[in-house]
Design a protein around this ligand. Sequence first.
Ligand SMILES: Cc1ncc(COP(=O)(O)O)c(C=O)c1O
Length: 395
Amino acid sequence: MAAYLDRVPWSGIIRIRDMMYSVKDPFRLDQGDVSFDAPATVKDAMTRALAENRTHYLQSTGVPRLRELIAAKLRTKNGIAGAETDHVTVTNGGTHALYTAFQALLEPGDEVLVPDPVWPPTASMIQTAQGVPVGVPLHESLEWRYEIDELRRAITPKTRAIYINSPHNPTGGVLTRADLEAIAELARERNLWIVADEAYEDLLYEGEHVSIATLPGMYARTLLMYTFSKSYAITGLRLGYLVIEDPHLRDRAQKVVLYTTSNVSSIVQFGGIGALEGSQDCVGGFREELRARRDLFYAGIRELDGVFSGTPPKGAFYAFVKIDPALRATDAGRGNPSLSWAVTEHLIKHGRIGCVPGVDFGDTGENHIRFAFGRERAELQGALDAMKVLFGARV
Ligand SMILES: Cc1ncc(COP(=O)(O)O)c(C=O)c1O
C-alpha cells in the first residue's frame, strides 16, 4: 500500500543542506529563508499567550479569532469578497496547507499541471497524494511566465487541477492579470480546480499582487494557500492557512488537518493573531530591504563578466540566473554531467557559497542556478567577493 512513497523523491535541496554542514563559514544563499527577526507583534503575542497558559488543545480548524482575522484579510487585502471565516483552515505552514489541499483533491493518477521549474515539494506532495505532476515550461524570454497555449495543450482527460505560484519560487516570475484571466478561462472551460500558492504575496517589487480567486467565478474553484513564513519572517514557527469555499472539499481537508496534527500549536496561532492585529509596517519594511538586497546582488553579478546573467526578479527573493555555457570548459563546469550541479558543487566546495542547481526544480531549470538573496547584505557581499575570486581569471 505505502510502496508508492518509495517513488516520491527527496529534494536535491536536502543534498545541498547536507553538503553545507561540511563547509566552514558558509554563505547560506541556498535556503529560502529571510534573515529578519520576528516582528515584536508576533513575539509579544506569543509571550502573552504563554503567560496566560494558552497551552491546551484547540479547535482543529484554528483559533476562531485567528480565522476571523484571516477572513477579514482575505476580503480587504486580497479582494476576495466572498471569503468567510468558515472557509479558513489554519495549518502548520504553507507546506501543510498544500499537502492537505492535494490530499483532499486528488484521486490516484489525477494529473496536476505545475510550472517547470517548480518548488520541488509541490511535485512531491502531489505524488504523496498519488497524483501526477505534469510540468509546463515557464519561459525566461517571457520573464518566467507561461506560453498559455502550452498550458492548454498539456490538459488531458486526467487533469484535475492547475497549480499556480505567483510570485514564483525559484524564478521570481510574476503572472500578469491577463495570464491569470487566461488560466481562469481554461479552468472554467475544462472544469479544472486551481491550487493557488500565494506564499510570496507580500514580496512583489512592482505592481500589486492579484489573486486568481478575485476573478469572476474563480473563488468557488480555487484552493488558496497562504503562509506567515515569508511575510512576517517566521519560517520556523510554522503557520499557514488553506482557504476553500467548496464544503465537500473543505470537509475532506479538515479531516486531513485533524488527523495529521489535531491542532496547530496554540502559541504559534496566538502569534498569528498578534501579526494580523498589529501594525503591518514590518511587511513593507522587509520588502524594501529585500529590494535593496536584490539590487546589491544583481549589481555584483553584473561585475562577473557574464558568468551569470538574468533580469532581476519582480517578486520573491530568488536570483535564478543563467550560467554561461562557456563554463563547461572550465574547472567550474566539469565535475558533473549536469552543468547546474557542476557549478553548484564548485561554488560550495571552492567558494563556500550555498546555492541550488536549477535542474533540481525541473528540466527547464537546467543551466541555471538559484541564489536566495534574503540574507544580510554583508553575507551577500561576502558571497559576491568569493565569486569574484573564484571566477577571477575571467574578469
Ligand atoms: C512556493 C512555495 N510555496 C510554499 C512554501 C511553504 O512555506 P512554509 O511551509 O514555510 O509556509 C514555500 C517555502 O519556501 C514556497 O517557496
